[in-house]
Design a protein around this ligand. Structure first.
Ligand SMILES: C[S@@+](CC[C@H](N)C(=O)[O-])C[C@H]1O[C@@H](n2cnc3c(N)ncnc32)[C@H](O)[C@@H]1O
Length: 294
């Protein structure tokens, strides 16, 4: 895991927005995409919809366990415990939120733009016997329906890449966090310039999964503008991406008949994530930040 030095060089906001506006995802469309995706259990590592974390490329740890490990690593950064109020921003089908509640005793509120995911996530909380502490609801992270300072911590596990404006989401997160509250998120980023020959694959990937990427050095100024202090940025690409892309490709290919029925022609033109496995310039970040004490 490579720790990136905090870069205090200020980057003008319009550089970010130009990068993001190229393929800015539309929340309703992202919700519709995940509605269809939610029902296909075979394409998910357990109840997770995110990459796994493996110590080495040869690790034989199953994807489900590696995905839970990433959740646990992030939860640890939140320094939460029994009674903490946690917002799971972009909750998927509930695996991370339920796991965090079970392991820490926290109360979790999860949101997703996908109604189908919210239904599955609430069923999961119920079957885990945690429905009194874990609640999922449909909401858009761009306009959070919560009062100011209503959470002690926010986790955004692989959801930010699907949102149209990172600055706006971060400002919303800052508003709902109490002073001293912490944020941990993961995001997609350009580790090194993507070679021209690989750019079309990256573009197709972003288009298929309705996501965008950033530059790592954009994070500290973006957080500052939103009112948050940046604590840590970790490049965890090596531990996450390649094996996850290959795992997902294999599962998608196995589930292909089901996918054709469910997604018809619209599903990502059946983009094969194995095509992304050998683009080391493409990366995966973990970012830790906090709202400063008043
Ligand atoms: C890759 S999935 C990750 C799900 C979950 N965090 C996990 O790790 O299993 C991305 C999630 O972000 C949610 N999402 C994307 N855009 C959103 C938005 N504008 N507001 C709320 N949720 C959003 C999607 O609905 C989906 O649940």
């Amino acid at each position: 895991m490579e720790r990136l030095e905090g870069n205090t060089h200020a980057i003008e906001g319009d550089i970010m927005s130009q990068k993001e506006s190229a393929l800015a995802p539309v929340p309703d469309e992202v919700g519709h995409h995940y509605d269809r995706f939610a029902v296909i259990a075979a394409t998910k590592p357990g109840d997770n919809l995110h990459v796994g974390y493996w110590d080495s490329p040869d690790s034989e740890v199953p994807a489900e366990e590696a995905a839970d490990r990433l959740t646990d690593m992030m939860a640890e950064k939140l320094t939460i415990g029994a009674g903490s109020r946690v917002l799971d921003l972009g909750c998927g089908v509930g695996g991370p939120g339920v796991r965090i509640a079970r392991l820490t005793g926290a109360q979790v509120t999860g949101i997703s733009v996908s109604q189908e995911q919210v239904k599955l996530a609430n069923s999961l909380a119920e079957s885990a016997g945690l429905a009194d502490r874990v609640v999922f609801q449909q909401a858009n992270a761009m306009e959070l329906p919560f009062p100011a300072q209503s959470f002690d911590a926010v986790i955004a596990l692989e959801s930010i890449p699907h949102m149209p404006d990172r600055g706006q989401v971060l400002a919303q997160i800052c508003r709902v966090l109490r002073p001293g509250g912490r944020l941990v998120l993961t995001d997609l980023f350009e580790r090194a310039p993507i070679p021209a020959a690989k750019q079309p694959t990256v573009d197709r990937f972003h288009n298929a999964f309705m996501s965008t990427m950033v530059q790592a050095e954009d994070y500290p100024p973006m957080l500052r503008r939103a009112g948050l202090w940046f604590e840590e940025i970790l490049d965890i690409s090596e531990q996450t991406l390649r094996k996850s892309f290959l795992w997902f490709s294999a599962r998608m290919n196995q589930a292909q008949p089901g996918l054709e029925t469910t997604f018809g022609d619209t599903m990502a033109d059946r983009f094969d994530t194995a095509d992304m496995a050998d683009i080391p310039e493409y990366g995966y970040l973990m970012v830790v930040a906090k709202r400063p004490e008043e």
